[in-house]
Ligand binder design. Structure first.
Ligand SMILES: Cc1cc2nc3c(=O)[nH]c(=O)nc-3n(C[C@H](O)[C@H](O)[C@H](O)COP(=O)(O)OP(=O)(O)OC[C@H]3O[C@@H](n4cnc5c(N)ncnc54)[C@H](O)[C@@H]3O)c2cc1C
Length: 480
C-alpha cells in the first residue's frame, strides 16, 4: 500500500481509460445500493400515499381522468403538508423522522413544492371550465370567491403563500431567527386548521364518504399534539436535567469554548459528531435555543464542551454568560457519527471555520479508540488566528496511529510559524482531497465534511470529479 499524502497527483487516479471506466461502473453500482437516505425516502413515499389508499379502500368513484388524477395529487399534497410537522419536529424516537439533517432538508424542499402546488390548486380545479367556455370559467371563479364555504380555503391559501415566501426569504427579512421561528410555527398551525376545515367541508373525498374526513382530523390532531409536545411537554422534561456552565474561554480570534456539566446524576448518552440545542436563558420554555456540536469524545460525557464561533447576535454575546448559570439542552441529534465509517479503510475529515466542532468530536473519538486506520484532517480558515486547538491537532499526529493534518488558509502572514509542512495557502481543493486518500482505496474511504455552504458546494463538486459516491460522504450543515 503506497501512501501519497504529499506526492499524489490527480493524474494517478484519472489518467487511464480503463480506470475511468472501472470508476464509472463502481460509481453506478454503488449508487444502486439501498442507502439509509433511499430507505428513508421510500418510507416517506409509502406514508405520503396513505390517504390515497384509504380513499380507494372506501370505494371512491372514478370521475374522469383529470379530476381523478388531480384528486390523487391533492390527497398526496395534503399528506405531505401534515408530514412537514414531524419532519421539523426534533423527533428522536421515530426512525423515519429521527434523521434531523435529512428531515430539515426535506422539510425545506417539500415546503417550496407545496407552496407552488397549493398556489396552483384553485387554478387547477377551475381550469377545465375554461375549456368549455370563458363564461363558464368566469362563473366558476366568481362562485369560488363569493361562496361562504370557501372562506377557510381562501384564507389558508393566502396565508400559505405569504408564509412560504417568508420561509424562502427568511434571511432577507430583518427578523431575529427566534421571532421568525415563532411566526412560522403559529402561522402553519393556523394554516393547518383552516386547510383541514376546508378539505373536510369542500374536499370531494370527504363529500363522497364522510368517514374519509377522520383521516384528515386524525392527521390534524397528531400535528397539533406534536407542537404541544415540542413547545410545552418537552421543555418540562428538559427542566428536570439542568446543566451548569463550568468553563468559558476565548480560544481564537472569534471562537469560544463552552463547557457545561450536568447538575444531576444523569449524563448525556451521545455519539461523537452529534449536536444539541442549547438554551442559556434559564427558562426551558424560551425559544432562544441554538444548535451546537459536541466536541468532547463520547466517553467523557460527564462534562460536555462546545466550540462556538461568533456569527450573530447570540454567539457574539457569549462573554455575558456567567459561570454556574443554568443551561438546558435538547438532544443529542444528528447522524454524522463514526457508525457511518465502521467498515471503511480510511477517513478524511474536512472542516471549514466553525465546522471544526463536530469534526473535532469525531477526531477525538477516533484518537480515544486508538483507531489504526489512516485518518486525515483538512482544516480551512480565513487566517491562522481563527484556527482552534492547533497544538492538540499537531500533537495528535504523534500520538495517533496514522493521522495527518493539513491546514489551509486564505491569507498567510509571513510570520506564520506553521508555514510549510502543515500549512498551505488558498482554499480546500481537489488535489488536497485526492491526496488524503490511499490510491486504489478511494471507494472504501469515508469523508466527513462540515463548514460554510460555499465550502460544502465546492467539496461536493470535488467529490464528483473524484468519483466518490454519495454514500461515502457525510455532511453537517451549520444552519437550518
Ligand atoms: C446542526 C448544527 C450544528 C451546529 N454546530 C455549531 C458549532 O458546533 N459551533 C458553532 O459555532 N456553530 C454551530 N452551528 C451554527 C450555530 O447554531 C449558529 O451559528 C448560531 O445559532 C447563530 O446564532 P446567532 O444568534 O449568533 O446568529 P444569527 O445571526 O441569529 O443566526 C445566523 C444563522 O444561524 C442559524 N440559526 C440561528 N439561530 C438558530 C437556531 N436557534 N436554530 C437553528 N439555526 C439557527 C440561522 O440560519 C441564521 O440565519 C450549528 C448549526 C447547526 C444547524
Amino acid at each position: 500500500m503506497v501512501f501519497l499524502w504529499c506526492h499524489y497527483t490527480l493524474g494517478d487516479i484519472m489518467n487511464s481509460p480503463i480506470s475511468i471506466k472501472t470508476q464509472a461502473l463502481n460509481l453506478h453500482l454503488r449508487s444502486l445500493k439501498f442507502t439509509k437516505h433511499k430507505r428513508l425516502a421510500c418510507a416517506y413515499l409509502a406514508l405520503a400515499i396513505v390517504p390515497f389508499v384509504i380513499a380507494q379502500l372506501l370505494g371512491m368513484e372514478f370521475t374522469g381522468v383529470y379530476s381523478s388524477v388531480l384528486g390523487a395529487v391533492n390527497l398526496i399534497a395534503m399528506m405531505v403538508f401534515f408530514m412537514q410537522f414531524p419532519l421539523a419536529g426534533r423527533l428522536k424516537y421515530l426512525p423515519l423522522f429521527a434523521n434531523i439533517d435529512w428531515g430539515i432538508t426535506k422539510h425545506k424542499q417539500f415546503g417550496k413544492y407545496l407552496g407552488i402546488f397549493f398556489f396552483l390548486h384553485p387554478i387547477l380545479i377551475v381550469l377545465p371550465k375554461g375549456f368549455i367556455s370563458i363564461d363558464d370559467l368566469w362563473l366558476s371563479i366568481v362562485s369560488v370567491v363569493t361562496s361562504p364555504n370557501m372562506l377557510t380555503g381562501i384564507i389558508a391559501w393566502l396565508t400559505m403563500a405569504v408564509w412560504v415566501l417568508m420561509s424562502i426569504y427568511k434571511d432577507k427579512l430583518n427578523l431575529r431567527y427566534e421571532t421568525w421561528r415563532l411566526l412560522h410555527v403559529i402561522g402553519f398551525a393556523i394554516i393547518a386548521t383552516l386547510a383541514t376545515l376546508h378539505v373536510t367541508t369542500i374536499g370531494s373525498h370527504g363529500q363522497f364518504n364522510h368517514a374519509f374526513n377522520i383521516t384528515w382530523w386524525s392527521l390534524y390532531c397528531v400535528s397539533m399534539a406534536l407542537l404541544i409536545y415540542n413547545y410545552f411537554i418537552k421543555p418540562r422534561n428538559i427542566k428536570k436535567h439542568p446543566y451548569a456552565i463550568n468553563a468559558l474561554e476565548k480560544i481564537s480570534e472569534c471562537d469560544w469554548k463552552l463547557s457545561i456539566k450536568s447538575k444531576t446524576a444523569q449524563s448525556l448518552n451521545y455519539q461523537a459528531g452529534q449536536f444539541v440545542w442549547i438554551n442559556t436563558s434559564g427558562n426551558p420554555y424560551n425559544l432562544e435555543q441554538h444548535p451546537f456540536s459536541i466536541v468532547t469524545a463520547s466517553q467523557q460525557h460527564k462534562m460536555i464542551s462546545f466550540i462556538i464561533r461568533e456569527l450573530g447576535d447570540y454567539t457574539s454575546s457569549l462573554s455575558q454568560l456567567e459561570l454556574g448559570a443554568t443551561v438546558y439542552i435538547d438532544g443529542p441529534y444528528g447522524n454524522m457519527t463514526l457508525e457511518q465509517a465502521n467498515l471503511t479503510r480510511g477517513i478524511t475529515l474536512i472542516a471549514g471555520g466553525a465546522g471544526i466542532a463536530p469534526i473535532l468530536g469525531l477526531l477525538r473519538q477516533l484518537a480515544e479508540q486508538h483507531d489504526p486506520r489512516p485518518i486525515r484532517l483538512i482544516y480551512a480558515n480565513h487566517t491562522l488566528d481563527r484556527m482552534v486547538c492547533l497544538y492538540e491537532l499537531i500533537a495528535l499526529e504523534q500520538t495517533m496511529v496514522d493521522f495527518k493534518l493539513k491546514l489551509v488558509c486564505e491569507h498567510i502572514e509571513n510570520n506564520d510559524l506553521l508555514s510549510g509542512r502543515h500549512l498551505v495557502k488558498g482554499f480546500i481543493d481537489l488535489q488536497q482531497i485526492a491526496a488524503s486518500v490511499t490510491t486504489q482505496l478511494e471507494t472504501q474511504w469515508t469523508f466527513y465534511v462540515c463548514g460554510p455552504e460555499s465550502m460544502l458546494t465546492a467539496t461536493t463538486g470535488h467529490f464528483k470529479q473524484l468519483g466518490v459516491a454519495n454514500n461515502q460522504i457525510h455532511f453537517e450543515q451549520l444552519a437550518f
